[in-house]
Design a protein around this ligand. Structure first.
Ligand code: AMP
Ligand code: GLY
Length: 432
């Protein structure tokens, strides 16, 4: 069997690993020559992943049995539809179903219209003054562009702006290219649930917590994600089983109502949630694996990933098994990331994959046997362990061997940060 992987980041390296482990012959298209993926591939092509015609042409030429899409941009461009037209099944939703991610205004309205629980109070506007009026009624609020912004478009009151005037300026910027979504600001702890969806059944992966801020202590600008962890029991230290059940109900209801509307969803659904004092709320949907979150869950998958892909395509999903271990993933990023990254600097990675440590390359490229940075996240290390702290120590040891002009967040998966989150959630739940 042959599969085509679309994308060349850390998430895609983890997907590539899982596919090859299933004995499937891997082909890839990616915009940078990812050294991890290129080593796992039979063959690859370096092209823009959103060039739908070129990607489909390559898939046809290589006669792949199915395609799997890493990033959201090709899905928003309709790559699953275009593959389907050529008879190539795709792990990844059609453009219509991918609207859950590429149109946040639509996703929110869909939940409201179908009375799916768990969304914050919101409004959608083309006009800044109307948006300001609604925001003032909300009090604490968040501003979002309705379309794709690479995870960096959301502005939160008290973090990114503090006054109505600052909010107005941000909105004036948003409205140039998007509708403005204004939402009640939710307070709580965030978590991610990724799931496989075969059109009707959803099979979830263990919960993960990502760290969006660039610097220690959750400070600095938002990034694609600096690292993430998952726990041995597949929950998170600040979550109860009922939180996860609530989140899964929101995801399940969404798929059911999409079906009723004639929109079939096949692929990976990523729910980003906030556990609040008032139950679990959906922050947003993504229509693909998370990056970094894919790197926490795929290495601990006990079921055969290739078989799960077939289940997604054939509508026969039943369940998936995972190792009972904790994981910690830390991204190393170029100095100056995300605002002023140093590109083209050489890095040295004398670390090998083992049972309990995985090295995933991201936005780096290989030239003459050396690895160089681009402007995005460079590589991720994932440790497995009996506890989050054991996994974290394993990652730290490996990072100490890596050379290059890179930085990372030491605090991800450390006791003080995890315990801070547990305490925060306890306080919120007890109404302190
Ligand atoms: P997104 O691009 O939707 O994932 O949002 C990026 C980040 O903005 C999230 O990880 C949250 O930290 C924050 N955020 C988004 N929506 C809200 C909200 N309604 N309340 C509080 N924070 C939010
Ligand atoms: N880690 C956040 C994302 O993949 O969108």
């Amino acid at each position: 069997m042959k599969a085509l992987l679309i994308g060349g980041g850390g998430r895609e390296h983890a997907i590539a690993d899982a596919i090859v482990k299933s004995g499937i012959n891997l082909y890839a298209v990616m915009k940078n020559r990812n050294p991890g993926i290129s080593r796992l591939c039979k063959e690859f092509l370096v092209i823009n992943e959103t060039d739908v015609n070129a990607v489909v042409e390559y898939a046809t030429k290589k006669a792949v049995d199915f395609a799997i899409v890493g990033p959201e941009a090709p899905l928003a461009e309709g790559i699953a539809d275009a593959m389907g037209d050529k008879g190539i099944p795709c792990i990844g939703p059609t453009r219509k179903a991918a609207r859950l991610e590429w149109d946040k205004a639509w996703a929110r309205r869909f939940m409201k219209e179908h009375k799916i629980d768990g969304y914050p109070d919101f409004g959608v506007f083309d006009n800044v003054e109307e948006a300001i009026q609604f925001a003032s009624e909300l009090g604490d609020f968040v501003i979002k562009p309705s379309g794709l912004t690479g995870g960096k478009g959301v502005k939160v009151m008290g973090e990114h702006f503090n006054s109505v005037d600052e909010a107005r300026k941000l909105m004036e910027d948003v409205v140039k290219s998007h509708k403005i979504v204004v939402e009640e600001r939710l307070i709580g702890e965030e978590f991610t649930i990724q799931a496989l969806v075969d059109g009707k059944t959803i099979v979830e992966f263990p919960c993960v917590q990502d760290h969006k801020r660039a610097f220690e202590g959750d400070t600095g600008p938002n990034t694609g994600g600096m690292g993430s962890y998952s726990d041995r029991d597949h929950l998170l230290p600040f979550l109860d089983k009922t939180d996860v059940e609530e989140a899964l109900e929101i995801m399940g209801d969404t798929i059911t109502h999409m079906n009723k509307e004639g929109i079939e969803y096949r692929g990976i659904l990523y729910g980003q949630f906030m556990a609040t004092s008032n139950g679990v709320k959906l922050i947003e949907y993504n229509v693909r694996f998370g990056d970094p979150e894919a790197m926490n869950v795929l290495p601990i998958l006990e079921s055969d990933f290739g078989e799960l892909c077939m289940d997604v395509l054939q509508g026969t999903l039943k369940g998936a098994k995972f190792m009972k271990v904790a994981t910690v993933c830390k991204y190393l990023v170029p100095a100056g990331y995300p605002e002023n990254p140093m590109t083209g600097t050489k890095i040295d990675v004398p670390v090998e994959d083992s049972e309990l440590l995985k090295v995933f390359f991201a936005s780096v490229y290989e030239e003459d046997g050396s690895i160089y940075t681009t402007s995005s996240r460079a590589l991720a290390l994932v440790g497995l362990g009996e506890s989050i702290y054991e996994a974290e120590e394993r990652v730290e040891k490996a990072i100490s061997l890596i050379k290059g002009n890179l930085f990372y967040r030491k605090d991800i998966g450390k006791k003080h940060l995890v315990e801070r989150r547990v305490k925060h959630m306890k306080e919120l739940r007890s109404g302190i």
